[in-house]
Design a protein around this ligand. Structure first.
Ligand code: GTP
Ligand code: SPV
Ligand code: MN
Length: 590
């Protein structure tokens, strides 16, 4: 497949360690992928769904102890512990290899070793980067084919270059005590073993495009972020792009695929999806910030997706989709999940494959972190510019999380430095996307806590440096919260399509078309400037006021929590961020 001696040497070395009985290069040809899919269906790794209802679609069930990313088994292995920072688990590279090499030794005996050459980003983009994933899982091969660009064209682009990320994955025994997701950012290397679940094993995604790439971006002057990218087309046909960082399972896919409320559609507004999870951002020749989506598909949360909340996601899943850990309807070979509709199968199997009656069972049919893998080009709202080699220019950056209280619906930072502080102090209630407790508030700077491949103090500095370079061409930075609860524990804001109303205010701010009020935490909208025209649910003006309310006591509690969070970063925390924290506290006390 290639004459690249760096690739050949590395693959020989890995084959010697893994001892596979066969080696297969993934070429990107459909016939090869079809054959692998057939093989996976034969062995039960994939279940073929009703092909009339779901053409090209299959269902995969992961092991029950392997349903989400595992932060406590994820490591950043730099020579110096300080470079990994308090935000990462650290083991020195040599020690880590000492631990994992024996686990990988002979791990592919009797199995096939698949070699996937892939590109993160369109193959012709100057901002794209190349990786290889070695794996013994067909599920991984088929997912990587959807999520990235794979095959010969990638090798052609690489040529003789040494500039590629080396990834090795083996499901091994799926022993969760010996599960390691190990990153060596100083060698562009990733080793993942004893898991078969998405974020742990699709090495192009979180491992490369965020952890390794964030490290590369710091050194090379660009940014790798856990962000959606969307375009808003106004009635004049102009499109403005927004990037947004929300933690896992906090609404990126939903916002990226937003369908504006009818009043907006009638006026001619449209929303275009560019990406739903990761953005790589560079300063363009005109000095503005441009973003590409390095992925080619979506690995999205399934539960809660329905005709009302996200019809574009349903449209995307109509064909050639791999479902992971949803419920199966045995009567018609279809799939079901919580929040799809009120008609669960009676004769079904839950995500574990156990007999399940959705009408009577108290158990969930789909795992809360069940996912769909679909090609981005199947998304009804996909932007005509989603594969632009140069990316799209970003007008605004959003930070947000799940906050039952404290954070208002939306507010704006005073400038880039303050905006960086908003990102650095983001917090959110934990979700099912990570193994562990759900619903606990934790600080998750820029939604990158699990994904920053180096010391987050240095990462904040990198944000400040990028802002310095962007100067007055920098995007404006906002904070949003769709998840505020009332005293009965109900969401106060309708969310989903109605988030368009907040995006409109944000774009109006970017174009200086609307005033705001400066308060202790930044600029907050006047309640009457959030457009309530045609809103379906009851959203009174006083409710908007409530949504925008800032309670100083709650915020001062947050300040104390932020101080605790920042402590371990010591001197690596930029003074600008400390200054902003002091300013916030002072503003709140006045
Ligand atoms: P990852 O893929 O894990 O990075 O997650 P994501 O940020 O793309 O999250 P996603 O859009 O899939 O949303 C996850 C959950 O949040 C789903 O259950 C949604 O129904 C819910 N959600 C998304 N947007 C909103 C909103 O505006 N309001 C409310 N109440 N829930 C929302
Ligand atoms: C996330 O957890 O943020 C995801 C899913 O997007 S995973 O690819 O599993 O990380
Ligand atoms: Mn994500």
């Amino acid at each position: 497949m290639t004459n690249n001696k760096f690739v050949i040497n590395w693959i020989e070395e890995m084959a010697e360690l893994l001892e596979p009985s066969e080696i297969m290069w993934i070429t990107g040809e459909q016939s090869q992928l079809d054959q692998l899919k057939e093989e996976a269906i034969k062995t039960g790794e994939l279940i073929l769904l009703n092909q009339e209802l779901h053409p090209g679609c299959t269902l995969h069930r992961s092991a029950v102890n392997d349903v989400a990313r595992v932060e406590d088994r994820t490591f950043i292995c730099t020579e110096d512990k300080e470079d990994a920072g308090p935000n990462n688990n650290w083991i020195a590279p040599e020690e880590m290899y000492g631990i994992i090499k024996p686990i990988f030794k002979g791990a592919m005996r009797g199995r096939t070793m698949y070699i996937i050459p892939y590109s993160m980003g369109p193959v012709d983009s100057p901002y794209s980067k190349i990786g290889f994933e070695i794996t013994d899982s067909i599920y991984v091969v088929l997912n990587m084919d959807i999520m990235t660009r794979v095959g010969r064209r990638v090798l052609e682009r690489l040529g003789e270059s040494e500039d590629f990320v080396k990834g090795v994955h083996s499901t091994a025994e799926l022993d969760d005590k010996k599960r390691y997701i190990a990153h060596f950012p100083e060698d562009n290397t990733i080793w993942s073993v004893n898991s078969g679940y998405g974020g742990n094993v699709l090495l192009g995604k979180k491992c490369f495009a965020l952890r390794i790439a964030s490290h590369q971006g710091k050194n090379e002057g660009w940014m790798a972020e856990h962000m959606l990218i969307l375009g808003i087309e106004n009635p004049q046909g102009e499109v403005k792009y927004i990037a947004g960082a929300f933690p896992s399972a906090c609404g990126k896919t939903n916002l990226a695929m937003l369908i504006p409320p009818e009043v907006y559609r009638k006026k001619g507004y449209k929303v275009w999806t560019v990406g739903d999870d990761i953005a790589w951002m560079h300063i363009g020749e005109d000095g503005r910030l441009y973003a590409i989506n390095p992925e080619a598909g979506f690995f999205g949360v399934v539960p809660g997706t329905n005709e009302k909340s996200n019809p574009n996601a349903l449209g995307t899943m109509e064909k050639d989709t791999i479902f992971t850990n949803v419920a199966l309807n045995l009567d018609n070979g279809s799939v079901w999940w919580e929040g799809l509709d009120s008609n669960p199968p009676e004769n079904g199997e839950d995500w574990k494959g156990d007999a399940w009656n959705g009408k009577t069972s108290k158990e969930k049919g789909a795992h809360p972190n069940s996912r769909f893998t679909s090609s981005a080009r199947n998304c009804p709202s996909i932007s005509p510019h989603w594969e632009d080699p140069q990316g799209v220019p970003i007008s605004a950056i959003l930070f947000g999380g799940r906050r039952a209280k404290t954070a208002p619906l939306v507010y704006e930072s005073r400038d880039w430095q303050h905006g960086t502080f908003l990102g650095a102090t983001m917090a959110s209630e934990t979700t099912a996307a990570i193994i562990g407790d759900v619903g606990v508030v934790r600080r998750d700077p820029m939604a990158m806590l699990p994904f920053c491949g180096y010391n987050m103090g240095d990462y904040f500095q990198h944000w400040l440096d990028m802002g310095g370079e962007l100067g007055d061409k920098a995007p404006k930075i906002f904070h949003v919260n769709w998840f505020r609860l009332d005293e009965n524990g109900d969401y106060m804001w309708p969310g989903f399509g109605d988030n368009m109303r907040v995006l409109e205010w944000i774009l109006n701010r970017c174009e200086n078309k609307v005033d705001a009020e400066e308060i202790a935490i930044g600029y907050i909208p006047k309640a009457e400037d959030i457009n309530r025209e045609g809103v379906e649910e009851e959203v009174s003006l006083s409710k908007v006021r409530e949504l925008l309310k800032v309670n100083k006591e709650e915020w001062l509690e947050d300040v104390e929590n932020i101080k605790e969070f920042f402590k371990p970063f010591g001197d690596r925390l930029p003074v600008e961020i400390k200054d902003e924290l002091n300013k916030l506290e002072e503003n709140l006390r006045n």
